[in-house]
Design a protein around this ligand. Structure first.
Ligand code: HEC
Length: 427
């Protein structure tokens, strides 16, 4: 009794402290300032959601049980109901509500009382948060406006709705209609289950609010957590690996990667250089990263890699093979000249092929495809829909037709990178 009273007063002290602790950030391992350093490291390695699921419904890893507070606070045939003190004992000491030791699969975390209270507070609202945007009759997705393009945004919304309707064979899934609500990027988002196709830069902001992202525009880095974000195009790391493989297979005498110092491009170039060295250690000595190309000494066996528009000048008069990123190619317009083999990296072959077939904008092809993928995920997720459950369901969704496979590529669904040879007239 005395101990419980002490616990309670500690909890009050924590509640009175200036900054309320963010229980979601503890649950997801995103928290930075935990009182105990070793616990912070353990949590970063093994956040609760990695075993108990983003929605706390359990079963993601091993036999992790549901830990939503509505479940913990009820007695079961195996154990007593949890209260604050029993919850603290389970998490800190690994002893369940009936006094039995939990298996070693459940880590022990030396949380402070304040941290435990914040965690419990989150587990009390996790169920509602996870069902945001889903009612008995409808499920809502937010679609942020494409920067400066309200018209294209509307067309994207139409394409997504059409992809959804085709895949669902009508309007509803598990008795719910699916709503796509557009909103201004940066404005307060609507009440939504997940956000569809925001700019890739916006993904961390949504994740910090507990909002999952489906199919961002732009490539992810490749190390993001697929329980909160799933893309429909290869990551930057994936594209780099594919590019390194293609260049190594061509076995050039040297490789010059064009990049200006101190830029994002330079960091990309260095990462590509590293990927090339991994792919072909023998080539290590022959890779250069440079702001310009040395054309005088170059031969038709020296390769050039251009990652952005800024590097296009270097391609002029270059005698050897040139590899161009998709964005550099799009920026090039008529600025490219022929004479040497030119390879463009296409990171989204499915979308580009479809856009060429239909003569439509690639964003429309993207919309139809992600509409279909969202529909399949909703069907696989079942009636008891949560944010975490929707993202998990992508792994069970049938998406081959759309060139997507989340069981094999959990984060991106696709690793397909295509290299097209451009035949330009020599002028
Ligand atoms: C590495 C996987 C893993 C991680 C990470 C993990 N757990 Fe567990 N947890 C388990 C497993 C497995 C059990 C069941 C152990 C048993 O029944 O003996 C469990 C049991 C529990 C229980 C007891 C539930 C009951 O019904 O008695 C609670 C409470 C709990 N975990 C909370 C948490 C919290 C909070 C976090 C994050 C701070 C967390 N767990 C992180 C795997 C994990």
């Amino acid at each position: 009794m005395a101990r419980l009273a002490a616990t309670a007063s500690l909890l009050c002290a924590a509640a009175a402290a200036a900054e309320p602790l963010d229980g979601r950030a503890i649950f997801t391992g995103a928290v930075v300032g935990l009182e105990d350093g070793a616990t912070a490291r353990r949590l970063a390695r093994s956040p609760c959601h990695s075993c108990h699921g983003r929605d706390g419904r359990g079963g993601v890893e091993g036999d992790a049980p549901p830990i939503d507070w509505s479940v913990l606070s009820r007695q079961t045939i195996d154990r007593l109901a949890y209260d604050e003190a029993r919850f603290a004992r389970a998490v800190v000491e690994g002893v369940d509500s009936s006094g039995r030791a939990l298996s070693r699969l459940m880590p022990r975390y030396a949380f402070s009382q304040g941290e435990i209270a914040a965690l419990q507070d989150y587990l009390e609202r996790i169920g509602a948060e996870q069902r945001t945007g889903a009612t008995a009759n409808s499920v809502t997705f937010g679609l942020p406006e494409l920067p400066g393009s309200p018209v294209l945004t509307e067309e994207l919304a139409v394409a997504i709705r059409s992809g959804l309707a085709d895949a669902l064979g009508g309007g509803t899934v598990w008795g719910r209609s699916v709503e796509i609500v557009t909103f201004r990027d940066g404005a307060p988002p609507p009440s939504m289950l997940a956000v569809l196709s925001p700019r890739v830069e916006a993904v961390p902001g949504y994740a910090a609010l507990g909002v999952p992202t489906l199919f961002p525009l732009g490539a992810l880095e490749g190390d993001e957590d697929p329980s909160i974000v799933r893309a429909a195009t290869p990551s930057r790391a994936g594209v780099r690996a594919a590019l390194a493989g293609a260049i190594a297979a061509a076995d050039p005498a040297s490789v010059t990667i064009i990049a200006t110092p101190d830029t994002r491009e330079r960091a990309d170039a260095e990462a590509l250089g590293l990927a090339l060295r991994l792919e072909s250690p023998a080539m290590s000595e022959r890779i250069r990263i440079s702001p310009g190309a040395r054309k005088d000494a170059a031969t038709d066996r020296d390769a050039l890699v251009i990652l952005s528009e800024d590097g296009l000048n270097a391609a002029r008069g270059w005698p050897g093979p040139v590899w161009l990123s998709w964005s550099a190619l799009q920026a090039a317009g008529g600025a490219l000249e022929g004479g040497h083999p030119l390879f463009a990296v296409v990171e989204t072959p499915w979308i580009v092929r479809r856009a060429i077939e239909t003569g439509g904008h690639p964003i429309i092809a993207h919309g139809e495809r992600i509409g279909a993928a969202t529909a399949e995920a909703l069907m696989a997720a079942g009636r008891n829909l949560t944010r975490g459950g929707l993202l998990e369901a992508l792994e069970d969704a049938r998406l081959d037709e759309w060139g997507l496979d989340y069981a094999t590529h959990p984060l991106t669904g696709a690793a397909d990178v295509m290299f097209v040879t451009l035949n330009l007239r020599q002028n």
